[in-house]
Design a protein around this ligand. Structure first.
Ligand code: FAD
Length: 467
């Protein structure tokens, strides 16, 4: 029987990063993945393919709507080749998952393909094609991730009533895509198909989209997406989704309780994701799950069984790839006797619509609720030369700082390239910078990053320069 210092179940960003860090720290490491390809949700049906389609559809939209103004004439009609678009996306995914395979072999990590299921706290059965192999592991890390969740009355047929997984490989552009859930995944994929020519209606239970983010971001994104002709039915409680042939009928109650009927040809159910532990046989190892089906862990990501840890989407906290990666690194370093730490307040959140939305730290709503005295500085993208040069003028950067100490407490932004710009906010907050610290740093001109400096100037003493 093969013996390991650590065995990791699941090869998503949490699992494969944990494996690499364990190997770097000298542990004999195994990783177990039930699918034939490594990389988990993020690489196969999440972050990477969705960004590939967002980029392709963005190019198309630019060609159709903006090239003429830039002085680029395309003779003939610009057309979408959806088959090629999906094929390119798949090529990007394949290249990325192969990269993970390479990293496993480079770091001498043993890869097992099959369903990993605990036999007891130190033995894992790996089942594949009716055969079972058992390995022994001193320590284990559960990194089994999550699956799309639904509403109890919705039947996902994977053809017309679909989850994000199917939305990444449609064979035709919907005429009218109804998106249930105005969170990150629904908005990103909704925008892909809107750009490709579909009518898109978002139905959201709450009174705003991207509910966890700062209210100002949600308001601005709604405004911009409405300009892009996405329809929003906010404060609508979906009560049925029916398929009649190729037609989808969604019925919802609006906030006054009046029934609203929306008809389309595809319905994307994007109401969140649920932790995945099917087949893991956690009980055989004595590992406890919480009331939401997540693996219960303490602040060291250790389960109630001392040699078994859990990370990523299968435990509490934001369901994000980079959060899973940080947790993978943390557990590896804990196992090596180090004292790592994650500040969960500094895990950025990003929506890859265009304009992009990104945030780190506390929202204005949270600061109010916590009774923290704060000040706010905001700067509009349209006031930047760089934004006007590229015609990306929507959005703003908002910096929240402590009223007394000037320490940055939250950075919230919407605009071009904000997914990358937010790292400046994370860096500043990691080093406990003040708004004035940011405002005194030289920012290259002309860049979108200048909006961060200007928002910091606005927060420091209301002394933004270019408004
Ligand atoms: P996963 O990536 O879910 O990996 C778990 C792995 O475990 C899977 O490969 C699964 O097959 C395997 N597994 C499960 N059970 C077993 C078992 N018993 N034996 C063996 N293997 C098993 N996050 C971002 O940060 N940025 C984004 O842009 C982003 N975009 C997204 C877009 C979409 C459409 C979706 C769906 C998600 C997106 N996410 C994004 C979320 C991100 O994908 C997840 O947070 C991330 O994948 C979680 O990583 P993980 O390692 O915890 O689990």
């Amino acid at each position: 029987m093969n013996q390991y210092d650590v065995a990791i179940i699941g090869s998503g960003p949490g699992g494969y990063v944990a494996a690499i860090r364990c190997a770097q720290l000298g542990m004999k490491t195994a990783i177990i993945e039930k699918y034939a390809v490594l990389g988990g949700t993020c690489l196969n049906v999440g972050c990477i393919p969705s960004k590939a389609l967002l980029d392709s559809s963005h190019h198309y939209e630019d060609a159709v709507k903006h090239f003429e103004e830039h002085g680029i004439d395309i003779p003939g009609e610009v057309k979408v080749n959806l088959k090629q678009m999906i094929a390119r996306k798949q090529a990007v995914v394949d290249q990325t998952t192969k990269g993970v395979e390479f990293l496993m072999s480079k770091n001498k990590i043993d890869v097992y393909h099959g369903v990993g299921s605990f036999k007891d706290a130190t033995h894992i059965n790996i089942k594949k094609d009716g055969k079972t192999e058992t390995i022994e592991a001193k320590n284990s890390i559960i990194a089994t991730g999550s699956k799309p969740s639904s509403l109890p009355f919705i039947e996902i047929d994977k053809e017309r009533v679909i989850t994000s997984t199917e939305a990444l490989k449609l064979k035709e552009i919907p005429k009218h895509l109804i998106v249930i859930g105005g969170g990150v995944i629904g908005l990103e994929l909704g925008q892909v198909y809107k750009r490709l020519g579909a009518e898109v209606t978002v139905v959201e239970f709450m009174d705003r989209i991207i509910p966890g983010m700062d209210g100002a971001l949600s308001k601005e994104l709604t405004k911009v997406m409405k300009k892009q002709k996405v329809k929003f039915n906010l404060s609508h409680k979906v009560k049925s989704v029916e398929r009649k042939g190729d037609e989808i009928i969604v019925k919802a109650d609006d906030k006054k309780g009046k029934e609203v009927t929306i008809k389309g040809d595809y319905c994307l159910v994007s109401v969140g994701r649920k932790p995945y532990t099917d087949g893991l046989n956690a009980e055989a190892a004595g590992v406890k799950l919480d009331d939401k089906g997540r693996v219960e862990v303490n602040e060291h990501l250790q389960t109630n069984v001392s040699n078994i840890y859990a990370i990523g989407d299968v435990v509490k906290g934001a369901m994000l790839a980079h959060k899973a990666e940080e947790e993978g690194t943390m557990v590896a370093e804990l196992l090596a006797g180090q004292k790592p730490h994650i500040d969960y307040n500094l895990i950025p959140g990003v929506v890859y619509t265009w304009p992009e939305v990104a945030a780190v730290g506390k929202t204005e709503e949270q600061l109010k609720e916590e009774g923290v005295a704060y000040k706010s500085g905001q700067f509009p993208m349209r006031a930047l030369g760089r934004a006007r040069a590229s015609m990306d003028i929507d959005g703003f950067v908002k910096i929240l700082a402590d009223k007394n100490t000037d320490e940055v407490l939250g950075v919230h932004m919407i605009g071009a390239r904000c997914a990358d710009l937010i790292t400046e906010g994370v860096t500043a907050m990691e080093f406990r910078a003040s708004a004035e610290d940011i405002s005194r740093m030289s920012h290259a001109h002309p860049t979108f990053a200048e909006a961060v400096k200007e928002a910091a100037l606005a927060a420091t003493d209301d002394r933004a320069l270019h408004v």
